[in-house]
Design a protein. Structure first.
Length: 318
């Protein structure tokens, strides 16, 4: 399969995302278009579950590029992220050379520090040429990594290269498409942000979130989808939660209630399945009970009235 060209306009970028089922607003499409055209890394910041990582997956799919993912975590180092040497294979090479009478240490050192013994990790893989063109390089949840590793990335992001002491500098023939995500558990240094284009990925408004649910959970009842989105939007607006539900949790809840053959939000079933939507017990207890019933009542009062029905009548669940 041939590699599609990069989108030539903001509208084409919106269309590219749309073909993969990603419902984006124009501001996100604009900065993504610029990142692709300018060969600059795109730094996406926002709460967990709002779709930051999905953008890299969508680009990989729609542009037919390899996706190379570096999942960050505390203690991530060069050996895990960039490269390391295959020490057992090097030792075998040394023993074989000694047995054959090759004892020139300079030659032996040159022999064992060869690309044959180099184990390539995600950063180095992202700089390699590919038949499909430059890969999509996802650096996921950078805020979980240590500041020392963050500093190491500066060379990669600025010059699309990495230096290996034994081999020298390895530079990408074509810059990878770099997507960096962070959940903002800590601040990322300005030196790294300056090398990127920046975008804050916010929670979607009700209309966009409903469209996302309709696309990702097509089997859900229309009334159920509308009430789930309205419920989640109310939670984000009014409830003092430790962790507000993201779009990922909205989709999970819609899927779960659809699997249970629900056609509208039932207070008892909603209470029993709150663990799909909320991930902290304190949040569940804060919402469960009278608050949950009040939110459901409120969203049904806010629903548009069918023609010919007075405003004082309740709307039956269908």
């Amino acid at each position: 399969m041939s590699t599609p060209p990069l989108p030539a306009s903001i509208d084409e970028t919106l269309g590219l995302l749309d073909t993969a089922g990603y419902v984006a607003d124009r501001s996100l499409a604009t900065v993504l278009h610029l990142a692709l055209r300018m060969n600059r890394p795109l730094f996406l910041e926002g709460e967990a579950g709002v779709g930051k990582t999905e953008i890299a997956k969508v680009l990989s799919k729609t542009l037919n590029r390899d996706l190379i993912r570096l999942q960050c975590y505390e203690g991530l180092d060069v050996a895990s992220a960039v490269y390391e040497w295959n020490y057992p294979a090097q030792m075998v090479e040394i023993r074989v050379s000694e047995a054959a009478g090759h004892t020139d240490h300079a030659e032996l050192s040159k022999s064992i520090f060869d690309e044959r013994f180099l184990i390539k990790r995600p950063v180095l893989q992202a700089l390699e040429p590919s038949l499909n063109g430059a890969p999509v390089f996802l650096i996921d949840e950078l805020d979980r990594a240590d500041e020392a590793f963050e500093a190491f990335l500066l060379e990669v992001l600025a010059d699309n290269q990495v230096t290996i002491p034994e081999l020298g500098t390895i530079k990408a023939e074509e810059p990878p498409i770099v997507i960096i995500t962070t959940n903002r558990t800590r601040e990322i240094h300005d030196a790294l942000k300056r090398r990127c284009l920046y975008h804050w990925v916010d929670y979607p408004d009700a209309a966009r979130e409903l469209e996302i649910v309709r696309r990702k959970v097509p089997g859900a009842n229309a009334r159920l989808s509308e009430e789930i989105v309205a419920f989640v939007q109310k939670l984000r607006e009014s409830e003092d939660l430790f962790k507000q539900p993201g779009v990922a949790e909205t989709l999970d809840w819609a899927t779960a209630l659809s699997e249970l053959n629900e056609i509208a939000l039932d207070p008892d079933m909603a209470s029993d399945t709150l663990g799909v939507l909320l991930k902290y017990q304190d949040d569940i207890e804060r919402v469960r009970g009278s608050k949950l019933r009040q939110i459901i009542d409120d969203i049904r009062k806010d629903e548009p009235q069918p023609l010919g029905q007075s405003s004082g009548q309740s709307i039956p669940a269908i």
